[in-house]
Design a protein around this ligand. Structure first.
Ligand SMILES: [Co+2]
Length: 386
């Protein structure tokens, strides 16, 4: 994988990325619990709250969109089809009952054990847009063919949802854990041990999907502290945390940004809005260049004021989202975040990470610093690294 990316020196201060893409519904239970906890603290952790909101808001990527078409319906139909009304009711009761294992704080119980019936939380399901000219996907909701195809995918979706829930619970915990004063090493180690526990790491069957990225400020992405790195998180830092989980190679790639100085709020708004736009625009038969153009338009409608100077937020043109394959974080297609990209289309059955990176700098990152990120060269041929 690429080395650290650093933006041109001029605007070292203000680089932000926000990456999102997972099949994530927010775990209401966890959220409520957390809210309660925060209340006790007297709202001390406003930022984490914000960040959590941010993550919750964007937690509904294309992965869930892929899962989307009728997945929820199928879950119900599957039961109903066998005259399973009673079954369904029983399951619901069980969910609400107290027999279900509760997650600890910090989270340590593997997701698999929290949901022994494998009914993992379902992410936000988005409808595909259907246009008259037949250029976009068929109506997925009414197509019987599409529905039966989706039913075959339930095992796959279950694994993805389990990985997504492990990701979600890890990041929600990390958003309460990460604070200025902590070392980057400590943050990474805590995150990884939490995620390993929740995904129930087991050789190649389940585990972390790629090295955890904790990139600060102008360093937009792909920075991982090497052993002995003394870097300590500062109050004015913009921290991007990017990590992945997988089960049987089905990868959830998702990130969040944290800040403690409200002057960065607009920057975070910009990337969040841009990411959500990308997710909304994505779908079967959509051209990658159109997704990029929409993302850029939204991103660059924002401005940030820093030290009395106004900066237009820019999409970093050489960073992008990407398609994901089994055990393969970059499967070959890139999702640009500026206009002018390839007209290649997204296809049925693909998985994508929609990632957007906003900057108050020049909107271009270059490689720099000690290499800390590695990616196996999957096969010969061109593999975009970002
Ligand atoms: Co990614």
């Amino acid at each position: 994988m690429a080395d650290t990316k650093v933006v041109n020196e001029e605007e070292l201060d203000n680089e932000v990325e926000d990456v999102e893409n997972d099949a994530d519904p927010s775990s209401d239970q966890a959220k409520k619990k957390k809210r309660r906890r925060r209340k006790k603290k007297g709202g001390a952790n406003e930022n984490a709250d914000e960040a959590e909101k941010a993550v919750d808001e964007v937690s509904n990527g294309l992965a869930s969109q892929k899962i989307a078409d009728g997945a929820e319906e199928n879950a119900e139909e599957g039961e109903g089809g066998e005259g399973g009304e009673g079954k369904k009711r029983r399951r619901k009761k069980k969910k609400k009952g107290s027999g279900v294992k509760e997650q600890t704080v910090p989270p340590t119980i593997p997701i698999e054990e929290l949901f022994p019936d494998k009914n993992f939380p379902i992410g936000q399901i988005m409808e595909y847009s259907v246009s008259d000219d037949g250029r976009t996907a068929k109506d997925r909701y009414s197509s019987e063919e599409a529905k039966s195809h989706d039913r075959l995918q339930q095992d796959l979706y279950g694994e993805l949802r389990c990985a997504a829930e492990a990701h979600r619970q890890t990041r929600q915990y990390m958003q309460t854990y990460i604070k200025p004063g902590k070392t980057m090493i400590d943050i990474c180690e805590t995150l990884e041990s939490t995620a390993r526990g929740l995904i129930k790491e087991n050789k190649l069957e389940a585990g972390l999907a790629f090295p955890t990225g904790v990139s600060i400020n102008h360093c937009a992405a792909h920075y991982t502290p090497n052993a002995g790195d003394p870097t300590v998180l500062q109050e004015d830092d913009v921290l991007k945390v990017d990590f992945g989980t997988h089960i049987h190679g089905h990868i959830i790639d998702c990130a969040f940004t944290m800040t403690w100085n409200p002057r960065y709020d607009k920057l975070l708004d910009a990337v969040r809005d841009a990411t959500n736009t990308g997710i909304r625009e994505a779908g079967i038969d959509v051209r990658l260049c159109d997704v990029g153009e929409s993302i850029q338009e939204v991103m660059e409608s924002y401005e940030v004021e820093l030290n009395g100077k106004t900066y237009k937020v820019k999409s970093i043109r050489n960073l992008n989202g990407h398609s994901i394959g089994p055990y393969r974080i970059h499967a070959g297609k890139t999702v640009p975040i500026v206009k002018g990209g390839e007209a290649t289309k997204m296809e049925e059955g693909e998985f994508y990470a929609i990632e957007t990176f906003g900057s108050t700098g020049k909107g271009y990152v270059h490689d720099d610093m000690e290499t800390s990120h590695y990616m196996k060269n999957f096969d010969v041929g061109h593999v975009p690294l970002r």
